[in-house]
Design a protein around this ligand. Structure first.
Ligand code: FAD
Ligand code: SF4
Length: 340
């Protein structure tokens, strides 16, 4: 690991002020915020991320780590730990897709340490990205090429890829936020703002090193999740190479509102198969107002992957992703949901 300057400001306001001064003095020095450190420190040890300034936000985190539910809206502090949120009774009862996406992620030790903000900003697990001895990685070194295109790409994306990068977005929680139409609460040098979760991540296009639409030095302070009529009938189905401590090969988050067996509303997001958390809007439109049986779920899954482009080692992800969508939709229709 390379030497770096470490600071631990007492509040987010202090962190932002110090950051404004530091970047005005030297705008080109790479910096990173530290939350749980389970992604950042890993990547610093591998010399994939090389910040010269590390700003530890943990001292200022207390005010942004609460979990609050008022019956209509859930507010999750960005510094809440994954394990706390996964086990919170309001989350388990009213937003099962959130609880499941978090409890199926990583390991117990990691979930006790890792925060929600860090989780949604985790970097890809592409082996070429994580190993700087491979020169060709446009995400790590813009313009250097992409070793995965001709290499071991079994884990890579079939949706949202470009000729410059085919890396998969690896997280689980993001798909839950996406199906629930969550918003991201941000604070930065220019003040506070809120954006839809769906506009946080960027597809790789010709600039795979730009992964989000965050402004420089912007900090995620929390997530606002409306308790829509689909939130209680929601679930996360994760398919992986082994049953624990593994990233998704394919996953589906589903939130469903049924009225006498007819779909009033449905939301579907896919994980493990795309470059960003992937919302299947087309499929949602075709299911509204219909009875959701196996034939319709199968057709929906086909449509969800109609733009998929397989790489040399991952064509299996299309069939696997489709089966995951079918299973998730059918499981959601048969969930026992308590109203009120
Ligand atoms: C072995 C292993 C297995 C894993 N398996 C899974 C899995 O199955 N599913 C899954 O979803 N995840 C998995 N993870 C990823 C894990 O969940 C993330 O590492 C973790 O959630 C990151 O949170 P953190 O608080 O530790 O973030 P950090 O490592 O502190 O930060 C991550 C990044 O986000 C930035 N950041 C952090 N917080 C903020 C903020 N509030 N505002 C702005 N920027 C911020 C940091 O600068 C850094 O770039 C796994 C990780 C490991 C090491
Ligand atoms: S897929 Fe993306 S992250 Fe992986 S080697 Fe290619 S450019 Fe790098």
């Amino acid at each position: 690991m390379r030497p770096f300057h470490y600071s631990r400001p007492a509040s987010l306001a202090e962190a932002l002020l110090a950051e404004r001064r530091a970047s005005a003095a030297d705008p080109h020095t790479p910096m990173a915020f530290l939350a749980g450190g389970t992604t950042l420190v890993d990547l610093m040890k591998l010399e994939v991320m090389r910040p010269q300034r590390v700003v530890d936000l943990n001292a200022s985190a207390r005010e942004h780590s609460a979990i609050q539910f008022d019956g209509s809206n859930l507010r999750l502090g960005a510094f809440a730990k994954m394990a706390e949120v996964a086990g919170h009774p309001d989350v388990v009862e009213n937003f099962p897709v959130i609880a499941q996406s978090l409890s199926l992620a990583a390991s117990a030790q990691l979930r006790n340490m890792a925060t929600l903000g860090g989780n949604v900003l985790q970097r890809t697990r592409c082996a070429y990205f994580r190993d700087p001895s491979w020169a060709a990685c446009n995400k790590r070194s813009p313009g250097s090429g992409c070793a995965a295109l001709e290499g071991a790409n079994r884990q890579h994306a079939v949706l949202g890829a470009s000729e410059h990068c085919i890396a998969t977005y690896p997280g689980d929680f993001a798909q839950a936020l996406l199906v629930l139409d969550a918003a991201v609460l941000l604070i930065g040098p220019d003040g506070a703002r809120t954006i839809p979760f769906g506009s946080l991540h960027r597809e790789p296009g010709d600039a795979p090193h730009l992964e989000t639409n965050l402004q420089p030095s912007e900090i995620i302070t929390g997530f606002a999740v409306p308790a829509g009529p689909w939130a209680r009938r929601s679930l996360y189905l994760k398919i992986r190479d082994r049953q624990s401590y593994e990233f998704a090969v394919a996953s589906a988050a589903v939130a469903l509102e049924l009225d006498g067996g007819i779909v009033n509303d449905v939301r579907i997001a896919l994980g493990g198969v795309a470059t960003v958390p992937w919302r299947a809007h087309d499929v949602e439109d075709m299911l509204r107002g219909k009875v959701l049986d196996e034939a319709r779920a199968t057709e929906a899954a086909r449509v969800a992957f109609r733009t998929a482009v397989p790489q040399s080692h991952n064509a299996f992800k299309i069939a696997l992703g489709q089966s995951t969508v079918v299973r998730a939709l059918l499981q959601a229709t048969s969930m026992e949901v308590r109203h009120g």
